[in-house]
Ligand binder design. Sequence first.
Ligand code: B12
Ligand code: SF4
Length: 490
Amino acid sequence: MRILMILPALTEATSPLFRPIKYSLFPPLGLATLAGYLPDSDEVRIVDEHVERFAPDDAELPDLVVIQVYITSARRSYELADWYRAHGVFVALGGLHVTSLPDEAAPHADAIFCGPGEDTWPAFLADFRRRAPRQRYTSKLRTLQGLPPIRRDLIQRHRYLVPNSIVVSRGCPHHCDFCYKDAFFEGGKSFYVQAVDDALAEIERLPGRHLYFLDDHLFGNRRFANALFDGMRGMGRVFQAASTVDAVLAPGLLEKAFEAGLRSLFVGFESVNAANLAEQRKRQNVGRDYAAVVRRIHDTGIMVNGSFVFGMDSDGPDVFDRTVAWAVERGIETATFHIMTPYPGTGLFRRIEAEGRIVHRDWDLYDTRHVVYRPRGMSPQQLEEGYWRAYRDFYSLGNLWRGAATKDRLGDRLRHLAYAGGWKKFERVWDALIRTRQVLHALPLLESALSSFGTRRPSAVHRAAAMAATDSPGIVSGAESAHSRRKLWI
Ligand code: B12
Ligand code: SF4
């Protein structure tokens, strides 16, 4: 059987203004995971429109087309699906957006899939081979036990800066209002982990040193995380991952992660307005001292990638400057900013829709860079302008320098400048590397920036751990608060 798997890109991927480095970071892991279920006798190709141009070709029609649909790529996904169906090819659609809006996706597909694919996809393959596929498959059985190896051989490694992306869990133990998670995992477990030995075996299979864990919350199951980090110690890896502020403050785990090779941690600092956290059901962050969180991560020898969302109901026009100032003063190395975006299926969407504040459903623009709802504390224009200004200001030379100056040691300051500046100040260089397909050659630079960051200062680490153990409450003021979704992965 000939199978074509496509990860379509959002509209702007073909535009000259497309920001390629962000989209050339990670390969299509979900599709490579599904490809693992196919026998060697099948002919499989994975196309990732984020890194390659693709036009369907009626001279090369496959037997089955599989498309992974995100909200921003929904329009393009349906366009491709319609084309293949018009040419008589069976089309299977799945992924986050299909799960949120199955009735929207169904007219473009022969079969749709809701939720993770580890149970439904093999069931469908069996049905398809005996020519009796159903129109809709909904995931119920949630496990990562006994997965076939991911077909990384189908990934064009040289096109990605971070070919070694990996997930060893699915979902998250928390329930934030804006997050995709509860809708995607509805009807079954919404947080589960791989067997530690399987995760370690997958890590062993990955060439080179650098890894990026795409798990929503790598520290979410402490017993698993402890065992994983124990197993990774001595492997010589450097890695990046995401966690929440409460897990960062827990004594011991962060240190173990450092010993295992963690050098940059994504932490969602959602908002500098404490009132926003309660509104978004971000309970695990309420009352936490975020300055202490940043200090603790830095003292452990790990860089911080802070994520912030603008436009929540308690935000006024001052939120942009306050957020940037907060992040710069704490020496956060990289920051990602987002305009609040209500994704269909989330509690946030339901609330904003019930309040009559959704202004359109052009999914192309649900990309966290456009305002798609009526904000309360400012105009949509102020929100968009403030968002872009926050990026400009945070990565301005003056603020890069100010952020670096918060570090005690010269080495740490230089690294801050090199790492933070590298992403935003060299966009032309990234562009050239990507267009000439040399982007993987920049990986050693990333590895050395990460692996040389910080040296643990045990006294500071222990001080922070002791302080965290007392769980100092309520230091979050109107000007300081916490965690978020991830979009830019540096
Ligand atoms: C890595 C990543 C990216 C990467 C690369 C994506 C890629 N290569 O797959 C990059 C940086 C490009 C990216 C960009 C964006 N992303 Co992103 N990204 C992720 C992230 C962190 C991990 C995805 C992943 O690899 N998961 C692990 C694999 C194993 O799971 P999976 O991909 O979901 O695949 C499984 C199932 O979905 C299912 N499945 C998927 N397709 C199909 C098809 C069939 C037929 C079947 C049977 C099953 C099936 O089976 C797979 C195995 O279980 C997710 C968060 C998350 N936890 O999912 C956000 C996430 C998907 N991104 C999101 C967003 C919003 C964006 C951006 C708009 C951000 C922005 N501001 O620019 C852009 C737009 C991208 C686009 N194409 O339109 C949202 C999507 C919301 C939504 N409702 O669609 C998420 C959920 C983050 C969030 N919490 O809000 N992203
Ligand atoms: S936003 Fe982060 S912490 Fe909250 S549910 Fe989603 S993944 Fe978990």
